[in-house]
Design a protein around this ligand. Structure first.
Ligand SMILES: Nc1nc2c(ncn2[C@@H]2O[C@H](COP(=O)(O)OP(=O)(O)OP(=O)(O)O)[C@@H](O)[C@H]2O)c(=O)[nH]1
Ligand SMILES: [Mg+2]
Length: 474
């Protein structure tokens, strides 16, 4: 699906292949960054990659590569020396010097590797785009504010690192009040330390350009404003979350299953197929940022709720993990987690590893789970056999194959059936209004009415029974 048109701005990807990262992983990381950048609305015209023992301290790439990069963006290709940042000159100079040292020390290595990587600048745009310059440089690492600033000065383009790209996508895709607040907090946390060197604070410091002291305090002022704003947003978030937990309490004891997994694995597609709902499905990374909850369809009694959740990605900025915790918490209240993986993606094992580690970080490794290897319609038959051997406990399926979805639905029902117990509930006539609640949360096997009320034989989940009993006892 190429939506290339002349309007879309162009971007170049930058990646350093560090020791211990093999070619396949490096290429996959860059391809993923490319999809992220594409999701942000850019067309990627080239990738500049280099093997190094570490990121160059000054501007990520070595001198030669920096020049290659600058040709694609129309910059000078050199980090202007002797013109350190507005403030803290000594520090900036130290950073630049150590950067030069670093590069001197590696120059030989770079030369050799540049040759080896002779084709590492790969154009993807074709002749038609040769004349257009990239306006964004996306770096596949977390870089320091001063590295970003130096890269900006050498390329003349806007520079984003991986965390910045992901935060920007989250920012655009957030829909619910809760997601918007969470993303805004993460974004401000990301921006605050970058105010000094990226010039992000430049506009705000118009008044402070005169004396250094004034500039410094203007910066401090900006930072304090950001801190205050974060505190305000956190308060607002807490109140939104209180409302949500009330709503959640109402769902307590209900039978719930959550779809979790790497971004683009097909969670929303399965959600749609299982619930007949119209949740957003898109070939975009992080299409879904809000947890949606819908009932399994056709309905079963008591009903089973399915939650769709935000996807994971490698090197997810830590702030976003923290901020999406509550969004995920909702899913974690599920009795069953369905791990969805895109089996047609050669890197899905890594993706599964990321999913597992994020979920265990937030304490979800205790919840019973099933592994779903999705998109097998794109996997050749012999590879499917290999997958069955490698993941004997997994279900191979395609969200696009109705029979697969029906089988998944049956296995979900069977899972909950196994955890239901039979019990008797006494419903006094004075509490008749609770009958709807009982039918909603339990399967009523028989009803027998006497003088004082009804005796209902039911089958339900133990947590649902507890809840019904406490309602009846009130
Ligand atoms: N061929 C094929 N494509 C699928 C299948 N399941 C999902 N897709 C496609 O994969 C892309 C991503 O699907 P989504 O359901 O949006 O993925 P997601 O896991 O919700 O992604 P995020 O919300 O970004 O985390 C869409 O283009 C879907 O049409 C499948 O079983 N087979
Ligand atoms: Mg989705």
């Amino acid at each position: 699906m190429t939506t290339t048109n002349q309007e879309r701005p162009l971007a170049v990807l930058v990646g350093v292949q560090l020791p211990g990262v093999d070619d396949v992983e490096h290429a996959a990381d860059l391809a993923e960054l490319g999809r992220l950048v594409h999701t942000l609305g850019f067309d990627v015209i080239a990738t500049v990659s280099q093997r190094r023992s570490a990121l160059a301290a000054a501007a990520v790439l070595g001198e030669g590569k920096l020049k290659e990069l600058a040709e694609l963006t129309g910059g000078t290709g050199v980090v202007p020396s002797g013109a350190p940042e507005r403030k803290n000159k000594a520090r900036a100079r130290r950073a630049a010097e150590s950067g030069e040292d670093d590069e001197d020390g590696e120059l030989d290595g770079d030369d050799g590797e540049d040759e080896e990587d002779g084709d590492a600048v790969s154009g993807a745009g074709g002749a038609g785009q040769a004349a257009r310059r990239a306006t964004v440089v996306a770096v596949d690492h977390d870089i320091s504010p001063s590295q970003a600033r130096n890269l900006e000065r050498a390329t003349g383009a806007q520079v984003l690192d991986r965390a910045g790209v992901i935060i920007e996508i989250f920012h655009r895709h957030a829909r619910s009040r809760e997601a918007k607040l969470e993303v805004e907090i993460a974004r401000l946390n990301y921006v605050a330390p970058r105010l000094r060197e990226t010039g992000g604070g430049g506009d705000r410091q118009r008044g402070g350009i005169g004396g250094k002291g004034a500039g410094e305090s203007a910066l401090e002022l900006d930072r304090r404003k950001i801190r205050d704003r974060i505190a305000e947003l956190k308060q607002e978030l807490a109140s939104v979350q209180r409302e949500q937990s009330t709503r959640r309490a109402l769902r307590q004891g209900q039978r719930r299953v959550a779809l979790v997994g790497y971004t683009n694995a097909g969670k929303s597609s399965l959600m749609r197929a299982l619930t007949g709902s119209e949740v957003l499905v898109a070939d975009k990374l992080f299409a879904t940022l809000d947890t949606t909850v819908r009932a399994l369809h056709p309905e079963v009694r008591p009903r089973i709720l399915v939650s769709d959740t935000v996807g994971f990605i490698k090197k997810l900025p830590h702030d976003l993990v923290a901020s999406f915790r509550s969004t995920l918490d909702e899913a974690l209240e599920a009795s069953l987690l369905l791990y969805v993986a895109d089996a047609s993606d050669p890197t899905f094992r890594d993706q599964l590893g990321v999913t597992r580690s994020v979920l265990s970080e937030i304490g979800a490794n205790e919840v019973p789970s099933r592994l779903l290897l999705n998109k097998v319609d794109r996997v050749p038959e012999d590879e499917r056999d290999a997958l069955r051997l490698e993941f004997p406990e997994a279900t191979l399926l395609s969200a696009k194959t109705p029979a697969d979805v029906a089988a998944l639905r049956e296995s979900i029902i069977a899972f909950f059936e196994g955890s239901m117990v039979e019990a008797e509930l006494f419903l006094p006539y004075a509490k008749q209004s609770l009958i709807g609640e009982i039918y909603e949360n339990a399967r009523v096997l028989s009803e027998e009415y006497g003088d004082d009320g009804g005796r209902l034989a039911v089958r339900a989940h133990p947590a649902a029974l507890d809840r019904l009993r406490s309602l009846l006892a009130r």
